[in-house]
Design a protein around this ligand. Structure first.
Ligand SMILES: Cc1ncc(COP(=O)(O)O)c(C=O)c1O
Length: 385
């Protein structure tokens, strides 16, 4: 078995690698590569001055309780065998499961990689939507596995009947199905009814990876986390992250929750030392500080609603979003528009083929969204009323 014993293979691939390459000066693949901003290699003071609406990050930063927990944990920086705040047990309790149902990752990106490594052996196939958070497809390529990418429906939802059909047609070859819910980059959800339809419709041994990175920003009553299906014992893996609601993207902490049998298959592929002491203590504190998370959620939802209303008022259609980002149809290719935003110190988007006229914008603070709207009116033709 091709187990993950060498953590040097752990690399920041997928969406981030594409974006990072796109943001750096290195020559890159697609035509869109030359468009923008240098962030990764920017000096810190330049970076700090930019309005960052391109990575769906949390603009508020971690709350004081989490900063204090990390500060206290600094005294273990020189240790291997430090107390870790019992992070795995705390996550398990948070979801009403046992530690054997939890695997930690250096961000949920690592969970996606572990799932690909565990379930795409022997060139199995992964089924997912297109576009979606494509790291999972990049990990599949790394495994020499094939990705079956199913186009979104005209209303930008994921095509669940097509997924069921494809899973049945390829039954013995499918390693797992990937559902990003809400989906990045569209912000559209798969409803709880559709999730049930999917789980009931596919061959029952096929695992489904539910990426719930944006779970906390949903207010649509038709959505539900797939956690209940894990508790039922279905072959479901829920991936969660501390990068979004808990503002810990730079600290790298995520986890997967699944029936113990699936976790046991994943665990050999998990890096043994990929998560650092500050991230673990930050995670413990973040789980406890529900009031801060609620504040972030309310602020993001308010800004999301307001900005979408402003753009709609200007005559632009916006895909209804349940994430901390949205896509606005600017009716022209996004590449030069992204560049024009960059010239004004605002980072947005990147192209998401084939949706090349849809600009993805992360939801920032009230000030940041004001700056975004002001620039939008200057940049996008017919935007100024
Ligand atoms: C849908 C989705 N899943 C997973 C991730 C990875 O997040 P992280 O590795 O920071 O937990 C992202 C990051 O933007 C994402 O959009």
């Amino acid at each position: 078995m091709n187990q993950k014993t060498n953590i040097s293979r752990r690399r920041f691939v997928g969406g981030f690698a594409a974006a990072a390459a796109y943001l750096s000066l290195r020559p890159e693949r697609g035509a869109w590569a030359q468009t923008t901003p240098v962030v990764v290699s920017e000096p810190a003071d330049t970076y700090d001055s930019l309005v960052k609406l391109c990575y769906n990050e949390n603009p508020y930063g971690p709350p004081e309780s989490v900063v204090q927990a990390m500060t206290r944990a600094l005294k273990y920086a020189n240790r291997y065998g430090y107390p870790d705040g019992n992070i795995t047990v705390k996550i398990a309790r948070h979801h009403g499961v046992k530690p054997e149902n939890v695997v930690l990752g250096s961000g949920s990106t690592e969970i996606l990689e572990i799932v690909a490594d565990a379930f795409l052996q022997d060139r199995k196939k992964v089924i997912g939507a297109d576009p979606t958070f494509h790291s999972v497809f990049e990990f599949a390529t790394g495994q020499k596995a094939r990705s079956i990418k199913l186009p979104l429906l005209p209303d930008f939802r994921q095509d669940i009947p097509a997924m069921i059909r494809t899973a049945k047609e390829n039954s013995s070859d499918v390693g797992f199905i990937y559902i990003c819910n809400p989906n990045n980059p569209t912000g559209a959800i798969v409803s709880k009814q559709e999730i049930k339809q999917l789980l009931d419709g596919i061959p029952e041994n096929i695992p489904v990876l539910m990426d719930e990175a944006y779970h906390h920003f949903v207010d649509d009553p038709n959505y539900a986390t797939a956690m209940s299906h894990v508790l039922e014992g279905r072959p479901v893996i829920v991936a969660r992250t501390f990068s979004k609601i808990a503002a810990l993207a730079g600290m790298r902490l995520g986890y997967g929750i699944a029936p113990a049998g699936l976790i046991a298959r994943m665990r050999p592929f998990a890096g043994s030392m990929t998560i650092n002491v500050l991230a673990k203590w930050a995670g413990v504190a973040a789980l406890k500080d529900t009031a801060s998370m609620e504040r972030v959620r309310n602020d993001i939802l308010r800004q999301r609603k307001q900005t979408i209303a402003d753009l709609t008022e200007l005559g632009f259609s916006v895909i209804p979003s349940q994430g901390n980002f949205f896509m606005v149809n600017i009716r022209r290719n996004v590449v030069s528009v992204i560049q024009a935003f960059r010239q004004r110190g605002i980072l947005v988007g990147r192209p998401f083929p084939p949706m090349l006229e849809h600009l993805r914008v992360s939801v920032g603070t009230a000030d940041e969204m004001d700056r975004f709207m002001k620039a939008f009116k200057e940049i996008v033709p017919n935007a100024a009323k």
